[in-house]
Design a protein around this ligand. Sequence first.
Ligand code: HEC
Ligand code: HEC
Ligand code: HEC
Ligand code: HEC
Ligand code: HEC
Ligand code: HEC
Length: 335
Amino acid sequence: MTRIASSAIAPCLFASTLWLLSACNGPADAGGGEGGSTSSATSMGSAESSGGSASMTAGSSDGSGAADSSGGGIDRYHPLDFGMASVHGPALKLQAEDCRECHGADLAGGTSAVNCDSCHTPGWREDCVFCHGGTIDQTGAPPNDITDIDEVSMLSFIAHPKHVIEQDHPAYDCTQCHVKPTDVLSSNHIFDDTPAQGEVSFLMGLSEAGGYDGNGSCTTLYCHGNGRQDNGAYSHDMATPDCGGCHAYPGTANDDLTTMSGQHRRHMNEGAQCQDCHTDTVSGDTILTASLHVDGNKDVKLSGPASDMTWNAGAKSCSGTCHVGEAEGHNNEHW
Ligand code: HEC
Ligand code: HEC
Ligand code: HEC
Ligand code: HEC
Ligand code: HEC
Ligand code: HEC
């Protein structure tokens, strides 16, 4: 999204409160913004001329209101530079206080009469990269974290890009690991009992039995498991797994084909290749169709020496004849 340059807000800092409000409402109006901006300026103006009673009342539980009112004789609740994104942004994201107390449950003004929509680019409430992510991809997934830290070793979950961008697996939606909010006010999103802490929930994803230790490590995952059980475990600072990282794979440290279902070992020992039976998913050692891999479905499609056969997933058996003309030709064996 297009952000208003910080210079648009800078003049506000050196101005009287009334001029501050009209200057700050400028960008939203120019950008075809909210109808509420004019009325918010007007009502703020009257709050000021009536002695700023709204802010005095609102700030009475917090010492900072009183401290500010000594600055230049202007009654203000927030510090003078609070209109800057770099000051009030972190206050929201780290939940220094509950903005809804004064700006309303809908953030449309409340007793402060300052509508959060009055300066922001329209659509900001649903814009996931307004507050987090937006540097590597536009999904909203960090980096950056809500602390604005983008130093990789400091991130709460280093492996976001590896999951939300397609690579040998589908581009996973946030729902795999979080309850996905739809906007700023979604329940359990920003305004919850755990300020500045992203919550993990696997319940809506492939790894619904997954466990999270709060420190980047997961257990009882389907996604890092062998495809037969929820037996995967992984930590976000580990390297990207190779083909034997989850299920057995010839030529890797994890080459015990007896850990795979049915007749895998027998067929592999007879020279079959993965692509003979998983034609749509792989070609050689390469994932051909990322959307089919680690998607919760065992995708079987036969080709090559088995091209005359059909896999019956319900009965877990094949029909047709394999290895036609060869001594070991067989069919219908239960997998
Ligand atoms: C206790 C009441 C109260 C709380 C809580 C509060 N505000 Fe305000 N806010 C006000 C008032 C009153 C104004 C009008 C200017 C003033 O008095 O500081 C205001 C103005 C603003 C402005 C306009 C710029 C400015 O400084 O005038 C921004 C931005 C803002 N608030 C952001 C926030 C954010 C973000 C939060 C939560 C982290 C928050 N406020 C919490 C009362 C509050
Ligand atoms: C005086 C104008 C003004 C008001 C009022 C205002 N903001 Fe902002 N805010 C900005 C500007 C400018 C930006 C930069 C992004 C943009 O231009 O849309 C910004 C950005 C933000 C960011 C992102 C900052 C970051 O570091 O990622 C958050 C969070 C935010 N505002 C919260 C709020 C909340 C909550 C309110 C209402 C309580 C509010 N703002 C009211 C001017 C304002
Ligand atoms: C105004 C800033 C802001 C916007 C816009 C925003 N978020 Fe968030 N988001 C946060 C903050 C702050 C947290 C930390 C949550 C907490 O304190 O519990 C968070 C946390 C999250 C989490 C971690 C799980 C959780 O709720 O704790 C997900 C997932 C998330 N946001 C997705 C989204 C999506 C998707 C969108 C767009 C529809 C979005 N966010 C828009 C500020 C924002
Ligand atoms: C593979 C699982 C996974 C997926 C998919 C995922 N996340 Fe996360 N996310 C996590 C984990 C784990 C954490 C770290 C929680 C913690 O320890 O605090 C986290 C933390 C977060 C946080 C808080 C970061 C902070 O500042 O601490 C946000 C915001 C977030 N995720 C947004 C998203 C969004 C948006 C998406 C979808 C585009 C997404 N995540 C997809 C696992 C995931
Ligand atoms: C992160 C764990 C993980 C890694 C790494 C992994 N796989 Fe898989 N793989 C799975 C799971 C789980 C399944 C079970 C079926 C599903 O959900 O798609 C699977 C299924 C398969 C299948 C069966 C066809 C299908 O779509 O179900 C083939 C073939 C396969 N993987 C090949 C590979 C190859 C080749 C690599 C290396 C490039 C690899 N896998 C790396 C987890 C992994
Ligand atoms: C002879 C055919 C055949 C070959 C060759 C084959 N598979 Fe499979 N694969 C299957 C069948 C059939 C299933 C079971 C589907 C079901 O249970 O619905 C399966 C299932 C899987 C699963 C899900 C977990 C499991 O063990 O059932 C994975 C992972 C997998 N295959 C990976 C591979 C990989 C990797 C290779 C090559 C190293 C390979 N397969 C070679 C036929 C084959």
